[in-house]
Design a protein around this ligand. Structure first.
Ligand code: SF4
Length: 340
C-alpha cells in the first residue's frame, strides 16, 4: 500500500514540476492562445497537423497565413484542393494537406463544424493518428490523454533509464508516459513535456543542471543520459532516378499535374520520365521520408513521349508561384535558373 502511495506521490510531483516549469519557461507560440481565447480545437488541430514532421519555426508563418485565409473550419471546408495545396507548398508531406481538407469537410458535414472530443471519434477523421488525437484533446481541450511524440519518448527513456532500443520499447514508453499524466492541467503538462524535450532534455547534451525533474531521472543518476535513448541505426535510404525536362516558349513553361501514386498527387511538376532504379547523371537531389530522388534536369524543346502523362499545360513563367509546387520541383527550377 505504502509503496503505491509513494509511487503516486512521486508521479504527481513529476507532473507538478513540469507544469510549474512550463508556466515560467514556455515558448511563446501563436497556437498557444487557450488562456486568452479559450478552447478552439480548429486551431489546435491545424497546428498539430502542420507540426507533424515539420519544425516549429517553419510552421509559424504557414499557421498564421492559413488562419488569415481560413479563420474557421467552415471557411477551410469550402476551399478547393488546389488552394490548400498551394498554401501548403514548402511544408512537404502533401498528403497532410489533402487530408486536412477532407477532415475539415467531414467536421463540417458530420459534426456541424465542432471537432469531436473523444479519441475514438477523432481517430476516424482523415490525417488524425493516435498522437494527433491525444494532442488535440490534451492540449486543446485539457482532457486526460497521452500524447507521445519523439520528445516524450526520449524523456521517458531517460527518466526511467530504459535501455531497450526505442523502436522496440514504444509500448512500454507509452505506458510510462500515461502513468505521469495528471488529472488537472493536462494542457500545460503536455505542452511542458514538449518544451522540455526541445529546450532542456535535448537529443544531445541534455541540460540536466536546469531540468525541473532531475530528481526523478534515473539516467542522470546513472550518468547515462547521453547514451539514451538507444536507437537502431536506420538502413540507408534507397535511391530513385528520373529525368525532368525544362521546356520554355514565349515566357511560358511546360508543366504538368502529377496523377500517379499518392506522393505529391495533384501537385505540379516538370514533365519527367517515370521514377525508376536505373541511375542517371543527376544534377538535383531531394529526399523524401523513404527514399532519395535523383533528378537529371535537361533543357529541351522536345519532350520524349515517356515523359508525357497527358496532364501537361503551358503556364506563364511570372505566375509560377501561384501553382502548388513541391520542394522537389522548386529545386529543379532553381537549377534551371527559373526564379519564382
Ligand atoms: S535530468 Fe537530464 S536526462 Fe533527465 S529528464 Fe532532465 S534533462 Fe533529461
Amino acid at each position: 500500500m505504502h509503496r503505491e502511495a509513494d509511487y503516486l506521490r512521486i508521479m504527481s510531483n513529476f507532473a507538478t514540476k513540469i507544469v510549474k516549469w512550463y508556466t515560467q519557461h514556455k515558448r511563446v507560440l501563436p497556437w498557444r492562445f487557450q488562456e486568452t481565447e479559450g478552447v478552439n480545437l480548429y486551431k489546435t488541430w491545424l497546428s498539430e497537423i502542420m507540426l507533424q514532421q515539420t519544425t516549429v519555426p517553419t510552421v509559424i508563418n504557414y499557421y498564421q497565413a492559413f488562419l488569415v485565409k481560413w479563420p474557421t473550419v467552415h471557411h477551410l471546408a469550402t476551399a478547393t484542393e488546389e488552394e490548400v495545396l498551394t498554401a501548403w507548398q514548402g511544408l512537404g508531406y502533401y498528403s497532410r494537406a489533402r487530408n486536412l481538407l477532407k477532415c475539415a469537410r467531414m467536421v463540417v458535414a458530420e459534426f456541424n463544424g465542432r471537432f469531436p472530443t473523444t479519441e475514438a471519434q477523432l481517430l476516424k477523421l482523415p490525417g488524425i493518428g493516435p498522437y494527433t488525437a491525444a494532442a488535440i484533446l490534451a492540449i486543446g481541450n485539457n482532457t486526460k490523454a497521452t500524447a507521445v511524440d519523439g520528445n516524450v519518448e526520449r524523456i521517458m527513456a531517460r527518466v526511467h533509464a530504459i535501455n531497450d532500443p526505442i523502436q522496440t520499447a514504444k509500448k512500454r514508453l507509452k505506458e510510462l508516459a500515461k502513468s505521469h499524466v495528471p488529472h488537472h492541467h493536462v494542457s500545460e503538462y503536455t505542452q511542458g513535456l514538449m518544451d522540455l524535450g526541445t529546450m532542456v532534455c535535448t537529443p544531445q547534451n541534455p541540460k540536466c543542471d536546469v531540468c525541473p525533474v532531475v530528481a526523478h531521472c534515473q539516467a542522470q543518476k546513472e550518468g547515462i543520459e547521453n547514451q539514451l535513448p538507444i536507437r537502431l541505426t536506420k538502413a540507408a535510404l534507397p535511391e530513385k532516378f528520373t529525368i525532368s525536362y525544362l521546356s520554355l516558349q514565349d515566357d511560358h513553361i511546360l508543366v504538368r499535374r502529377r496523377t500517379e501514386g499518392n506522393l505529391l498527387k495533384n501537385m505540379i511538376e516538370l514533365p519527367s520520365v517515370p521514377w525508376g532504379t536505373d541511375p542517371v547523371a543527376y544534377n538535383v537531389s531531394h529526399t523524401f521520408s523513404h527514399f532519395h530522388i535523383r533528378i537529371q534536369c535537361e533543357q529541351t524543346a522536345t519532350i520524349p513521349a515517356e515523359a508525357i502523362n497527358g496532364e501537361e499545360f503551358w503556364h506563364p513563367l511570372d505566375k509560377l508561384h501561384e501553382l502548388p509546387l513541391p520542394t522537389m520541383t522548386k529545386k529543379v527550377l532553381k537549377f534551371g535558373k527559373i526564379h519564382l
